[in-house]
Design a protein around this ligand. Structure first.
Ligand code: ADP
Length: 140
């Protein structure tokens, strides 16, 4: 399988509960390498731009408010098949449906406040990484 990069975000519900290290241990244990990382606070407008694909969804405003409600950790994960691997480690969007041992099953509080984001395809991974990082900031 090809080496890929994917964008991961540790969301405000998780940073507030001091879960950054526990969540990143799950990624590293699964063989993913953190090759870029920063802790930032998004504005609601920046969150809205990032999630603009969901602009028509009923939860869009709530999602943007939530993503701007506290610090997030944005990071690039690298590994064989990293896009799918990251989503596997994250678990289903709704923690009630997430497999045991996944991040969302263990740590998430609701379908909205679900602790992590992960890119869903190669093209979105490229776009999402470029939204937060320059090439110089990605060090494998
Ligand atoms: P994923 O993050 O698993 O790729 P989606 O792309 O479907 O899931 O949704 C993006 C984000 O929007 C979710 O991670 C979650 O934070 C939020 N979200 C999705 N569905 C709902 C919902 N029904 N109610 C509130 N927030 C939601």
């Amino acid at each position: 399988m090809a080496t890929e990069h994917t964008l991961s975000i540790i969301k405000p519900d998780a940073t507030k509960r001091n879960l950054t290290g526990k969540i990143n241990a799950k990624f590293e244990d699964a063989g993913l390498r953190i090759v870029a990382q920063k802790r930032i606070q998004l504005t609601k407008a920046q969150a809205g731009e990032f999630y603009k694909v969901h602009a028509e969804r009923p939860f869009y405003d709530e999602l943007c408010e939530f993503m701007a409600s506290g610090p997030v950790v944005v990071q690039v994960l690298e590994g064989d098949g990293a896009i799918a691997k990251n989503r596997e480690v994250m678990g289903a969007t709704n923690p009630a449906d997430a497999d045991a041992g996944t991040i969302r099953a263990e740590f998430s509080e609701s379908v909205g406040e679900n602790s992590v984001h992960g890119s869903d395809a190669p093209e979105t991974a490229r776009e999402e990484i470029a939204y937060f990082f320059s090439g110089l900031e990605i060090v494998g």
